[in-house]
Design a protein around this ligand. Sequence first.
Ligand code: ZN
Length: 231
Amino acid sequence: MGARVPILTYHKIAPITKGTIYPGTFVPPNLFEKHLRLLNRRGFASVSTSNLFDSGLENPILLTFDDGFQDFADNAWPLLQKHGFGALVFLVLNHIGGQNDWDIAVGDKPAPLMNLETIQELAKQGTQFGSHTLSHPRLANLDEEEQRREILAFPELSVNQLPTTCYPYGSYNETTLSIVRSSAIKYGFSTDKGLNDVTTDPVRLKRIAIRHDTSVSALIYKLWRGFRYDR
Ligand SMILES: [Zn+2]
């Protein structure tokens, strides 16, 4: 059946912004580096979405980064490269080069998003990119036509990348899944908990949420729980 693949969800790799309503979306760079050292010690190696379940790796792992914050380029990517890991970053396509307006709208602090030039440079260096929809809505609240518009758009990148999508807030319904299944999108990433293998629904991949308070021992526990209980 091949190895099971944990997929980790990160957002911002940065010190927690004072006054944020979402401290959980931050992981300070020094803690992130501790995570990477742990994954190295445990023998994990990054898989690409092009061979997610047939990499031949003994301990494959996929690190994902939602929203495309500038701190990915500034803080995360240098550490990932230093420790030999790859990344899959989900971009909010109408906000590239802008800021997290969907968070600001509910009272959160602004955070800059990577611009297209930065994204293209990182893509050349090996960062994988996927879509996080056009405007970061709760897809399950939208009608079918609106969902289609949000889902069936892709980042314009100079390098060929596999089409993947990630549901904002982990919100999806049957309509979402049928739109993704009948498109060229190979994988849909949810926030459902657990690990993945070839038997996992490819449009409903499961992930492990990483937060500001995910210490190294908490990460060990989350991975153990995933392998032991698939949650
Ligand atoms: Zn998001």
